[in-house]
Design a protein around this ligand. Structure first.
Ligand code: ADP
Ligand code: DAR
Length: 346
């Protein structure tokens, strides 16, 4: 926990929301504050100060961070999510409310569908501030809950500690496992004691996965080949319900599920398809007009900060807070239908 009370050196060409909203006045108001876990404003901004190419540049250390440092978090949340201090977040994890028949039953375009949520354990610091002891306790408690799952969700937990390089590389190339955290997470303190306390659970047919202690304490993931988006969402909601019988997640009525990065607050949900759109890919201006209209984000096929390959794109919802989980998936579905329609016509 650093305690430098001087306003940080922010590069002239820094375009992050940190640089946009951390004025000397805001810093002076926050520089002596700490949360009950000892998290300071210097800890909140460390990743964005060390990585001037950050998009956001801040991480919370605990749920209280979003209140203690609200002078910085509130304008960032408003800017990214369009969500104001008086807005209320609502959750809806009922797949019956989703209108999403498979948009590509012949699998001409959609290679695979994946829907994930981030979750953190109620009453504990987030990964940025947690102790090694508590992180290991989370791994123990959550892996025991997962190993008790039955039916389609039944599977095995694989700790990263002791995992062979061959198994790890295979899981990464299957898109099932997270890579060692990137420099943004490193700066935020999310990789401390790596790989201790980290691991992956997956069911026997690898359509349900849980990452433990990566960017959030749980990443609960449902995925399968093809475009049956409703089946993927249904499996995820069933799994969340089962895990919640054993583990209480950090949630509040204003900003929903609490996550270390403010971009994931609310639903903490990213619903994505890996989809072949080579013709649209040749006209990125038109491509982005459509993704903007449907509140979609374009990523590369090896995750955040990666590039697309062979005309294949990772298309997902951008909105996470101030919309329900059903709306996140509906955003993605409606946008994918529009993208396929245009691709067909080119
Ligand atoms: P997150 O979705 O958890 O925010 P990333 O964007 O880094 O994180 O994606 C994590 C991993 O999931 C990456 O290996 C990525 O290739 C894979 N992935 C994401 N969406 C899909 C999808 N629709 N099909 C297959 N793999 C996917
Ligand atoms: N590198 C951080 C992350 C922003 C959103 N992505 C997350 N949380 N994985 C940035 O400020 O760009």
């Amino acid at each position: 926990m650093s305690l430098d009370n001087r306003f940080p050196m922010l590069a002239e060409d820094c375009n992050s929301l940190l640089c946009k909203y951390l004025t000397p006045e805001v810093f002076d108001a926050l520089k002596d504050r700490k949360t009950n876990n000892g998290f300071s404003i210097q800890d909140v901004i460390k990743s964005g100060v060390e990585n001037i190419d950050s998009g956001i540049g801040v991480y919370a250390g605990d749920e209280l961070s979003y209140h203690t440092f609200s002078e910085l978090f509130d304008p960032i949340i408003k800017d990214y999510h369009g969500f104001g201090v008086d807005d209320i977040h609502q959750s809806n994890l009922n797949p019956d409310d989703l209108n999403a028949p498979n948009p590509d039953p012949d699998n001409h375009y959609i290679i695979s569908t994946r829907i994930r949520v981030g979750r953190n354990i109620d009453g504990l610091p987030l990964g940025t501030a947690i102790s090694k002891k508590d992180r290991n306790l989370i791994e123990k408690k959550v892996s025991i809950a997962l190993n008790a799952l039955t039916g389609e969700l039944s599977g095995t937990y694989y700790p990263l500690s002791g995992m062979s390089e061959i198994v790890r590389e295979q899981l990464i190339s299957d898109h099932f496992l997270f890579k060692a955290g990137d420099r943004f997470l490193e700066s935020a303190g999310l990789n401390r004691n790596w790989p201790e306390g980290r691991g992956i659970y997956h069911n026997d047919n690898k359509t349900f996965l849980v990452w433990i202690n990566e960017e959030d304490q749980l990443r609960i993931i449902s995925m399968q080949m093809g475009g049956d988006i409703k089946a993927v969402f249904t499996r995820l909601t069933t799994a969340i319900k089962e895990i919640e019988k054993k583990v209480t997640f950090s949630y509040n009525d204003h900003i929903g599920y609490i996550t270390s990065c403010p971009t994931n607050l609310g639903t903490a949900m990213r619903a994505s398809v890996h989809i072949k759109l080579p013709k649209l890919g040749a006209d990125m201006e038109r491509f982005k007009t459509i993704t903007d209209k449907y509140y979609l984000q374009i990523r590369g096929i090896h995750g955040e900060h990666s590039d697309s390959e062979g005309g294949i794109y990772d298309i997902s919802n951008k909105r996470r807070l101030g919309v329900t989980e059903v709306q996140c998936v509906q955003d993605m579905f409606d946008g994918v239908v529009a993208l396929i329609t245009v691709e067909k016509g080119l």
